[in-house]
Structures are given as C-alpha cells and as structure tokens.
Design a protein around this ligand. Structure first.
Ligand SMILES: [Zn+2]
Ligand SMILES: [Zn+2]
Length: 148
C-alpha cells in the first residue's frame, strides 16, 4: 500500500518526511521510517490518499494527468483526420488539433522531467546545483508548470 497525507497525491509532507518515496510520490506502508511523525502507525494521523502497490502508476499525479491529456489530444487528431477524408476537403480543425497534440506531448515530457527531478531531490540523490538546470530545462519545454 502506498499512502500519502495530502489530498490527491504526494505533497509537501511526503517530501519533508524521512520515509523513502515511491515514484508516485507516496510512501510504502511497509517501508515507513520509525522516526517519521507523519506515516508511522504510532503517529495516528489520517491517510488522505493511497493505492495498492500493484496499482501504482509509477509516476506522479501531474504526470498521470498529463498522460490523460495527451491521449485526449491524440484522439482529437484522429477525429479531425477522419472528418477530412470523409468530406474530401482540408479540414482546418486538424491544424488546431495537431497544435494541441504537440502542446500536450511537450507538457507530458516536461511533467516527467519535473517529477523525476522532484523525486531525485526528495531522495537526496540530486545535488542542489543540479536541480535548477533540470527544472529550467523542463520549463523551457513547457512553461505551464504545475508545481504542487
Ligand atoms: Zn513519512
Ligand atoms: Zn504508488
């Protein structure tokens, strides 16, 4: 079981506590640190989000949302293309659909970099001076940052 004390995914409590973090940003119930005053059963605090280990998406919530948006944009391109071939005319909506798809893919890529960077930082395996360039690169790919 992966658990978190913030609504809707891993939050600042998980980032700040001594427990090791899973890729989803939550804490594995079996790996809770004895020193943690947030997740240890002795702390008696409410769990606000969670999923079974087998259902773990393996990525943070922002990435899951971004993947969903890419799938919707992908379908919109297919729909616009089908409309075009059946009408026999160039359908202008395909241009907008392609732009939206590109934006969705770039957003997803940037969210993956942000999530990985955030995870590495929280696990203490990314030196502070390496953190900002990674984050800057993601922001240049996609300025639409969703920092939790
Ligand atoms: Zn903890
Ligand atoms: Zn998980």
């Amino acid at each position: 079981m992966h658990i978190g004390r913030s609504w809707g995914g891993g939050g600042h409590l998980e980032a700040a506590c001594p427990c090791p973090l899973e890729l989803c940003g939550l804490v594995d119930l079996d790996k809770v640190s004895d020193e943690c005053d947030q997740h240890s059963p002795a702390a008696g605090k409410t769990t606000r989000t969670g999923h079974r280990s087998g259902d773990c998406p393996g990525v943070g919530r922002d990435v899951v949302v971004a993947i969903g948006r890419t799938a919707v944009a992908h379908q919109a391109v297919i729909d616009a293309a089908c409309l075009e071939s059946s009408s026999g005319y160039v359908n202008a909506s395909i241009l907008g659909a392609l732009d939206d798809y590109r934006a969705a893919v770039e957003h997803e890529a940037a969210e993956r970099i942000r999530a990985e960077t955030q995870h590495a930082k929280a696990m203490g395996v990314l030196e502070p001076d390496k953190f900002r360039p990674c984050r800057d690169a993601a922001d240049q790919i996609d300025p639409e940052a969703t920092y939790g």
